[in-house]
Design a binder for this molecule. Structure first.
Ligand code: ADP
Length: 239
């Protein structure tokens, strides 16, 4: 089964993002409101049972939730910020740097990363944004893989179309249940435990790839694994 973002989904994405953000921020705000209200009421009533420690604990919860909101907002602002340093990106070199960073994590999980990355693959884009895409997708593949597994990363030109570059990550892990395929690009959709997933990885990756005039496909079979394939238009340096 394949998941792909099609043209008509783009507008819906804006609405999904808005409702996702509203939901994500509403929860911490409700906690902030409840704790502030409780503390204020008890301070107003001069509740003698109110201890300094309780005030501190209440304010700490308020602070934690405010920090959570700030984190969500700063990730979204980062996404919305237009990068002015659009330049040509060496897909092979910049992806290899990310794989190097993830080597330790893979080793810890006893997962072998096999990479077949060609040289001279240039695209137009922003290098740190591209590296964010690679980081998100390879991290997902590592998270889904079982210990002792192998993960394949490939980058090269399309066999039939020299103007297209493919970047793919293939894992043989848990795969994605069919019912989730439609939700993969929905902001804040995650199946990971609280604190481990934000559900923004694929949404952000999709947005970056789209900005680079590329396409992102996900092909997955539950229990067998997942292939993420990104197609990008080739950029001729000096052209
Ligand atoms: P997060 O990683 O924070 O959960 P993502 O948007 O990157 O957010 O991914 C959303 C969900 O898609 C994940 O929680 C997981 O359920 C699923 N997913 C993404 N990549 C894979 C993969 N390679 N194998 C299995 N499931 C995946």
């Amino acid at each position: 089964m394949e998941a792909r973002m099609i043209e008509s989904d783009k507008m819906a994405t804006v609405g999904l993002l808005a409702s996702g953000v509203a939901h994500e921020i509403n929860n911490p705000l409700a906690i902030v409101a409840a704790h502030s209200e409780d503390l204020l009421d008890r301070l107003k009533e001069e509740d003698q049972s109110l201890e300094q420690d309780e005030i501190k604990a209440g304010l700490n919860i308020v602070l934690e939730q405010v920090i959570r909101c700030k984190q969500i907002i700063s990730r979204l602002l980062g996404l919305a910020r237009k990068s002015h340093d659009n330049d040509y990106v060496d897909i092979g070199q910049s992806s290899a740097q990310v794989l190097e960073l993830l080597k330790h994590r893979a080793k810890q999980k006893n997962i072998k990363i096999v990479s077949q990355i060609d040289a001279g693959l240039f695209v137009l884009g922003n290098e740190s944004e591209w590296q964010q895409v690679v980081l998100n997708i390879v991290t997902n593949a590592l998270d889904a893989s079982n210990a002792g597994g192998t993960l394949e990363v490939a980058a090269g030109r399309d066999d039939n179309n020299n103007e297209e570059i493919h970047f793919s990550v293939h894992d043989y892990g848990q795969g994605i249940p069919e019912k989730y395929l439609k939700k993969l690009f929905v902001p804040f959709f995650t199946t990971k435990p609280v604190g481990q997933g934000t559900g923004l990885g694929l949404f952000i990756s999709y947005s970056i790839v789209q900005k680079m005039q590329g396409k992102l496909f996900i092909d997955s079979t539950e229990g067998k694994g997942t292939i993420v394939d990104i197609t990008l238009p080739s950029y001729k340096v000096g052209a």
